[in-house]
Design a protein. Structure first.
Length: 136
DNA sequence: GCCAACGTTGGC
DNA sequence: GCCAACGTTGGC
């Protein structure tokens, strides 16, 4: 069963253009227990929206899980994990946070409800609405 | 184990 | 640049 997610990155730190350029990239640096749990639940081939936080505040592309959770190499203790993400495609239309907030069918979206969480699940229904808004 | 202080994230 | 939300830390 394929699950859907949304992952955030500040474009200043790591942008969608960089993700596209490298293809596959370790999704490191998550230091929040709930976000880390979401990472561990990701399965090979799961899809995720790539969202630019802070600057842009919009969904810009789609990535897929290319490797399931393993210890984050950027952290010594081994208690944090990361996954590998592969760039799949840019979205034809970027979906802004404002547009998501204005869409009644997206009520309860974790991105809005827990704005500080960097890795959040997206329900199948919400995924369908967001895909439609993104022009997919 | 409680809770105040503090730090960080991210929207505005 | 401000501030709300919320996670973490440390004193007790």
């Amino acid at each position: 069963m394929t699950a859907h997610w949304l992952v955030k990155s500040e474009p200043d730190a790591f942008s969608w253009d960089q993700q596209v350029a490298v293809g596959v990239e370790p999704w490191t640096g998550v230091r929040n227990a709930l976000a880390a749990r979401n990472l561990r639940e990701m399965r090979l081939g799961d899809l995720a929206f790539f969202y630019h936080s802070n600057e842009g505040r919009e969904i810009v592309g789609i990535v897929e899980v290319a490797r399931e959770a393993y210890p984050d190499p950027t952290e010594e203790s081994g208690r944090w994990c990361c996954v590998d993400m592969r760039a799949l495609r840019s979205v034809p239309r970027r979906v802004t946070l404002a547009a998501m907030k204005a869409e009644p069918r997206l009520e309860g979206l974790a991105l809005i409800r827990q704005s500080r969480l960097s890795v959040v699940p997206v329900s199948p229904a919400h995924w369908a609405v967001l895909s439609e808004m993104a022009g997919l």
